[in-house]
Every structure is written in structure tokens, then in C-alpha cells.
Design a protein around this ligand. Structure first.
Ligand SMILES: [Zn+2]
Length: 437
């Protein structure tokens, strides 16, 4: 899930040139980050408030991609309270025998770090142990000293947390849905059945909070047969329509455009024009098959990854288009199938309305870039009592430096991954909230 396009890593260049370019990029990035903080109107008494999670993470050498992703995850409500409560130990959710997990290693190290970050000690912390664990678990990608794609790390950590807390002890073999059965049943029923089968292999608090479902329809160019398939997602990777890049200029393009582009009918082909889709009726591979996607089930925490990095064998580029995304009130109904549970449940207008809780930003270009997290502080009851105003407080996490940031500065062309929280949580999660918070 959430396969990364390409990581913003450095190509091979003479060492000195790389150093100079990296320094230039670093200075530029620091100036940008600094400016964002200067725009703020809030004062800086944040770190004196306990339980805010306003804890910086020390950069251990090009680890801003790890730090910023971890900060964003630590601001997932429910997931954090679940991990901090230690409930996973008493309920037996901690799964050390899952071959797809990390033997509980990553989950337990992450909880260790979270405990410090959300304690009244605040200040800063070197995430040395967790960094080592990540490097050992996935040495081919995350062991080196190079910058990696924060979205890839984010997906990896979420998947690992999901498997480490998977209540399914022995994953059963679950067959895919037969095309004939799909044809003979209503979409709603098929979607529910696909979800039920998915849950037979994966039942975890992480799934409860972040997993949704898409519906894809693929049409055979030869016999016109169309086949429908439901798939789970933890993160939506949406394209940035580049044709409008110059037209939209500095005003930016609305996030809705990216979501619409994501749902658009497209040819199922890679760069070489190959397709591996096999028509269930012709029983043959059909190049030129077309597919369209639509959202079916939406999670309480919706993660939207904007595909800013594009690459082919010959070139690499970062799309720098500014995307205008709402801080509050993102209504997702428009991109959902009309027969989906989402649309079924929209008896109340707020059902699938989302508010922003975090942004993972990437500053700079393909080389020497820098990651910074911006999160909406959700104060604990104690901190809430200490704060007079109910105004949301946005915090910027630039490695070890934590500073408040003006809400208007949260939206910028550096936004790379967006995290939204459903305003009206699913009833099951509401029940959990009340026991944990
Ligand atoms: Zn066919």
C-alpha cells in the first residue's frame, strides 16, 4: 500500500559540487522555514505546557524524513492514546509472531519514544533507538545516511504498527471474490464482503483508524466487459494535474482537482505501454484496458499523499504546484461512489467532513531537500484547562526545533502529505475514545 514514486535522493555528482549544492539548498530551506515561523501570531509558551507532545526530535544525520513522519503519526488521535495507554499489552493485541510484522519491535520502540514525547518533559529527544530499529528492519532503504522519501517511511511505519498490533494470530487464506458472484450481487453487498474478507486477515486498531476502501472498475477494450474490485488503502496517492500548473500560477490549485484526477478514467499502462490486466471474460491479457477509481469506505484518519516526485529512467522532477487544501471542512462525499456506505451514512451533513490535523512538508528540490512536520496540537484535558482560547494551535516540527506557526502558513507549496481527521468518528472509535481519553 502507498507505493512511493521515487525518493528525493541525490544522484551521483562530484563530491564538492554536491556539498555546495546541498549547503545552498539547506540555507534556502532554512530561510523558508524561518519565514513561516515569523509569520506566526501566536506566542511561544508551548513547551511549558505538559502533554502537548511539543517535543523536538534530534536530527541524526539526514533523518528529517524520519522525524517529520513520526511527528505526524504521533498526532493521530486515538492511535496515540491507544499506544500510550499500553492497552495493547493487556488485550494481547501485541503480535510478536506475525511474519509480516517486526515481532513487536517497532511498535514497542515507537511507544517508548511516544512516552517521552508526550510527557511533561517535552524539550527534545534523540530518536536513536527507533532509528536503529528502522535501519535494521529495512536496511535496503532506510539504513544509509541518505535522505529518503518521508512518505515511504510513513507507509512503512504504519504497516509495521498495523501488523505488530494485528489481533489475527494466524492469517487464514482468503480467496478473492469470484467475478460471477460480484456480477450477481449488489455493489453494497460486494463491498461489505470484500471488507469482511480483508478483516479476516487484518484486525488492528491501526486498521480501525486509517484504512479505507477504493472501488476500481476495469473495462476490457476487446469485449467491453467491466470488472469491479475493492481494495483497502491506508493512504491515497493523488496526482497533481500538471497541465494546469502554469495557468493556476501562484494562486495554486484546489485539492479537489487532485482528488478528481485520482478518480479519472485512465489507461492501465506503465511507461512502456504494458498492462498486466487479464480480462475475466476473454481470459487474456488486454493492453489498453481502462480503469477508473472511486472512494468507497473512508477512515477516521484520512491520509492524502500528493505525488510531487516524478521520475523516469532519464529524468526526475519535483512538481512545485501549490495545492490549496482546506484547514477545516473537507467534504469527501463528492469522490465517493453513490452506492457506497459513505453516501448511505450521510444523513447528517457532517458525516464525511474532515478537518486537517497535520501536514508533512518537503522544502527544496530533488536534492538536498528538507522535511518539516506541521501538526495541530490537540491538548490533553489538563492542557486544555490551562489554555483560555479554543483556537487551534499549529506547531511546526523542524527536527529539534518546535515553534508555533500561524494557521495561514500551514498551507504552502511545500505540503507533501496531508492528514485529515473525520469530524464525526465512527461509533466504534467513539466508544474507544471515551475509554482512552
Ligand atoms: Zn475481454
Amino acid at each position: 500500500m502507498g507505493k512511493g514514486d521515487s525518493a528525493p535522493t541525490s544522484p551521483t555528482k562530484p563530491a564538492q559540487a554536491v556539498q555546495t549544492a546541498a549547503n545552498e539548498a539547506k540555507n534556502k530551506v532554512q530561510a523558508q522555514v524561518k519565514k513561516a515561523v515569523q509569520d506566526t501570531t501566536e506566542n511561544t509558551k508551548v513547551c511549558t505546557i505538559p502533554g502537548f507532545g511539543a517535543c523536538g526530535l534530534v536530527n541524526l544525520g539526514n533523518t528529517c524524513y524520519i522525524n517529520s513522519a513520526l511527528q505526524c503519526i504521533s498526532y493521530f488521535p486515538l492511535l496515540r492514546s491507544y499506544l500510550l495507554s499500553g492497552e495493547y499489552k493487556t488485550t494481547g493485541d501485541l503480535n510478536k509472531d506475525n511474519p509480516l510484522g517486526t515481532e513487536g519491535w517497532l511498535l514497542e520502540e515507537f511507544v517508548e519514544l511516544l512516552r517521552f514525547m508526550w510527557s511533561s518533559k517535552a524539550g527534545e529527544k534523540s530518536p536513536t533507538r527507533l532509528r536503529q530499529v528502522i535501519a535494521k528492519l529495512k536496511p535496503d532503504v532506510f539504513a544509509g545516511a541518505d535522505q529518503q522519501d518521508a512518505q515511504e517511511l510513513l507507509s512503512y511505519v504504519l504497516d509495521a504498527l498495523m501488523e505488530d498490533s494485528n489481533r489475527v494470530r494466524k492469517k487464514p487464506y482468503v480467496e478473492g471474490l469470484e467475478d460471477d458472484w460480484v456480477k450477481n450481487n449488489g455493489l453494497y453487498r460486494v463491498g461489505e464482503e470484500a471488507w469482511r474478507r480483508e478483516r479476516r486477515r487484518s484486525r488492528s486498531i491501526v486498521t480501525d483508524v486509517i484504512t479505507g476502501q477504493t472501488l476500481s472498475t476495469t473495462t476490457c477494450p476487446v469485449c467491453n466487459y467491466s470488472s469491479q474490485k475493492f481494495d483497502p488503502f491506508n493512504l491515497l496517492s493523488v496526482p497533481l494535474p500538471t497541465k494546469t500548473q502554469s495557468a493556476s500560477g501562484s494562486a495554486g490549485m484546489p485539492l479537489g482537482k487532485c482528488l478528481t484526477e485520482f478518480c479519472k478514467i485512465q489507461k492501465l499502462e506503465n511507461d512502456e505501454g504494458d498492462t498486466h490486466w487479464r480480462c475475466p471474460r476473454c481470459k487474456d491479457f488486454r493492453p489498453g484496458a481502462k480503469q477508473n477509481l472511486v472512494l468507497w469506505r473512508l477512515p477516521d484518519i484520512l491520509t492524502i499523499h500528493m505525488k510531487r516526485f516524478r521520475s523516469s529512467q532519464k529524468w526526475r522532477e519535483k512538481i512545485t504546484t501549490k495545492v490549496n487544501f482546506p484547514l477545516t471542512g473537507l467534504d469527501m462525499k463528492e469522490w465517493c461512489h453513490k452506492e457506497s456506505p459513505v453516501v448511505h451514512q450521510t444523513e447528517s451533513g457532517e458525516s464525511y467532513v474532515y478537518d486537517l490535523i497535520g501536514v508533512l512538508n518537503h522544502y527544496g528540490g530533488m536534492t538536498g531537500g528538507h522535511y518539516v512536520a506541521t501538526c495541530k496540537a490537540t491538548p490533553s484535558a489538563m492542557a486544555k484547562a490551562q489554555r483560555e482560547s479554543a483556537e487551534p494551535l499549529w506547531l511546526q516540527f523542524d527536527d529539534e526545533v518546535v515553534e508555533p506557526i500561524a494557521p495561514k502558513s500551514v498551507i504552502s507549496e511545500s505540503a507533501y502529505v496531508l492528514f485529515y481527521r473525520r469530524r464525526r468518528l465512527t461509533p466504534a472509535n467513539v466508544a474507544r475514545y471515551s475509554s482512552l481519553e
